[in-house]
Design a protein around this ligand. Structure first.
Ligand code: ADP
Length: 303
């Protein structure tokens, strides 16, 4: 069955420099790298690498970055029929400076991502209705996220919402209408206004959020794995101990894998275990989408 990811496409523009320039200063940096990202795109690519049939719905700009993003989706087998260019607007880009101490300074310019509007769902309605799951994040307009939840609900399609980046503007009633709500610890902290410094605090914050009426709350916990809560059930899945090289995009890998497993009819507990393991594998490699394993690579790593 098909997975629809309705979300963001970004291009990371990474400059590696010993020192960052002050206002008015020009410096020569060491290296430059460009990478495809955006939470939506990352999740789509992870699911596709695991063999899922993925339809991406998003917006890119009227520039060379757009062609790069489209080519990247095609390389990974993600359908781009509903990734459209918006005339006169830039693609979503993230200029990043990484200094000698590996400190990041990141600017996010959402660009075309903010032009994915509720009305755009109509154009893709027939194909969306064929999907077994809709995946959403918060890097597109909130009203589009809400419209996609409405669409999923009225067509009997399960919806997974990854509330990232965290927004206190998110209407919790919409979150409760999703089948899966998947924040990380920081997002849990921002959404509840409660501390998440230790296991008890995390459990208390998660319980408070669940009590608002969420169906399935899954909190990803970095090297501690993930916590799944539904009704009065609670299950913790530990992450394997790995040598972490780059944790960027681990949460997106987790969601891509979890969705791919559910689309393949795996039960939630098993899907969760695989998603934790898949995301943990991803932190052992550099980059974001490049660190996601294919089905074969993942199977080999697990054996
Ligand atoms: P995000 O990338 O959104 O911040 P997390 O940090 O919670 O998300 O990580 C998502 C998943 O990635 C975790 O559930 C875990 O499986 C894996 N992971 C992240 N960091 C590590 C780590 N240092 N060691 C092992 N697994 C990790």
């Amino acid at each position: 069955m098909k997975i629809a990811v309705i979300g963001s496409c970004m291009v990371d523009l990474i400059a590696y420099t010993d020192t960052v320039p002050k206002a008015g200063e020009t410096l020569v940096a060491n290296e430059f790298a460009m990478g495809c990202g955006g939470k939506g795109a990352n999740q789509a690519v992870a699911a596709s690498k695991l063999g899922a049939d993925v339809l991406m719905m998003g917006r890119v700009g009227d520039d060379a970055f757009a062609d790069n993003t489209l080519a990247n989706f095609e390389k990974y087998g993600v359908s781009t029929k509903h990734v459209n260019k918006v005339p006169g607007v830039s693609s979503g880009v993230a200029p990043i400076w990484v200094d000698a101490d590996s400190q990041n300074r990141i600017l996010i310019i959402p660009g075309a991502n903010m032009h994915l509007l509720p009305a755009d769902l109509h154009a893709a309605a027939e194909e969306l209705k064929q999907c077994s799951m809709i995946i959403l994040q918060l890097e597109i307009p909130l009203e589009t996220v809400y419209a996609a939840i409405d669409f999923g609900n009225s067509n009997g399609i399960p919806v997974l919402l990854n509330p990232a980046p965290a927004s206190t503007e998110l209407d919790i009633d919409y979150a409760c209408r999703c089948d899966y709500f998947v924040p990380n610890e920081t997002e849990l902290e921002i959404l509840t206004g409660m501390p998440v410094g230790n296991d008890d605090e995390i459990a208390a914050a998660a319980s408070t959020l669940l009590a608002k009426g969420l169906k399935n709350l899954i909190v990803t916990l970095g090297d501690k794995g993930a916590l799944w809560m539904h009704g009065d059930q609670r299950q913790h899945v530990s992450a394997p101990t790995v040598s972490a090289v780059d944790t960027t995009g681990a949460g997106d890998g987790f969601i891509g894998c979890f969705a791919a497993e559910l689309a393949a009819d795996t039960d939630v507990a098993t899907a969760l275990g695989r998603a934790v393991s898949y995301a943990s594998h991803s932190v052992t490699g550099k980059g974001t989408q490049t660190s996601y394993a294919t089905v074969d690579e993942f199977a080999k790593w697990q054996s």
